[in-house]
Design a protein around this ligand. Structure first.
Ligand code: ADE
Ligand code: ZN
Length: 335
């Protein structure tokens, strides 16, 4: 199974680039930028990475991102992630980045986007992996702040495919961002959002009906509302599920209780993703490996998940057909 997963062509659709920041690279960049971080060793960092909930994690995650200053830092961070993708047979990735985490500290939008997008261009040439960027608004900040970010992004519109909504969910419902989503859609961005990770089903309804989202990040809590499940299926919208993240943030207590298979059986379209791999103990393949083992997923299930990862990506229909065909061939040879 491990080899089957390792060689399975796949896409990753839920990944925060700031959450891919591995401790060793954090030390290296902090050192070259002469920034003090509150840890001396990788062991100290690992000890600090124990979370009771989303907010616990976010506090540490924003602190980690604060050592990123120069365009080269964003380039190195992104290129390292893409190298890991290449080693896992991730053929396409849709990368979230949080501009406000950096612009709030005085780093320009231009530095962030240029570093990230140059790494994506180089990885496409050197590693044969395609990527799209998702600009995510921090939901604990105001809609006015999100509008500022939207305006900053407009000169770089050709580099950004979609918008997302992340950070502290409870108390920050999707409806808070109604106007900025409307404007972003008018600018041509595809609307996506985290919803129902810790928040109630009502937040998922709002994300669908008020923000018009085309994909739900996490979405676990849709299972509490039968009508919502029906509606998600009817609209053919996928959930980007992140098993190891759910364990690390205590959204799910034990992988054996993870609802991924139940979601599939209900007819929901789900994908497997890493979310913040440097913080949650595994890249995307590790998520596949551990959830396969915990739930006893078959090779058939794994191929469905991989097909979903392409079919619910933002790729063209032609690309989707090609990847579906290559997955059929892969299954035929390796079943
Ligand atoms: N930012 C990074 N990871 C996140 C998550 N799992 N939920 C909300 N915001 C995030
Ligand atoms: Zn996320």
């Amino acid at each position: 199974m491990k080899n089957f997963i390792k060689n399975l062509p796949k896409a990753e659709l839920h990944l925060h680039i700031e959450g891919s920041f591995e401790p060793a690279q954090m030390f290296e960049i902090a050192k070259r930028n002469k920034i003090e971080i509150p840890y001396k060793t990788v062991e100290e960092i690992e000890k600090a990475y124990k979370f009771d909930c989303l907010q616990d994690f976010l506090d540490i995650y924003y602190q980690g991102a604060s050592v990123l200053i120069y365009e080269q830092d964003f380039y190195d961070l992104t290129y390292s992630y893409l190298e890991k993708c290449s080693a896992q047979n991730v053929r396409h990735t849709e990368i979230m980045f949080d501009p406000q985490t950096h612009t709030e500290r005085g780093i320009s939008f231009e530095i962030v986007i240029n570093g990230i997008s140059r790494a994506c261009e180089d990885a496409e040439k050197n590693l044969n992996i395609s990527s799209y960027l998702i600009m995510s608004f921090l939901r604990h900040l105001s809609e006015e702040d999100a509008f500022k970010t939207l305006n900053q992004s407009l000169p770089f519109k050709d580099k950004i495919k979609a918008i997302g909504l992340d950070s502290s969910e409870i108390g920050n419902p999707p409806s808070k961002f109604k106007n900025v989503y409307k404007s972003a859609i008018e600018e041509g961005y595809i609307p996506l959002a985290h919803a129902g990770e810790e928040g109630p089903p009502a937040y998922i309804w709002e994300a669908l009906d008020i923000l018009s989202i085309k994909r739900i990040d996490h979405g676990n809590n849709c299972l509490q509302d039968e009508n919502l499940i029906k509606e998600i299926i009817k609209r053919d919208i996928a959930l980007t599920v992140c098993p190891l993240s759910n364990i690390a943030l205590q959204v799910v207590k034990d992988l054996k209780d993870h609802p991924l298979k139940k979601m599939m059986d209900l007819g929901l379209k789900v994908t497997v993703n890493s979310d913040d791999p440097a913080y949650f103990g595994g890249q995307v393949n590790q998520n596949y490996i551990e959830i396969q083992k915990a739930l006893g997923l078959s090779k058939d299930d794994l191929v469905i998940l991989a097909k979903n990862s392409f079919n619910y990506s933002l790729l063209s229909n032609k690309n989707k057909e090609e990847y579906t065909k290559s997955l059929d061939e892969y299954f035929e040879i390796n079943k």
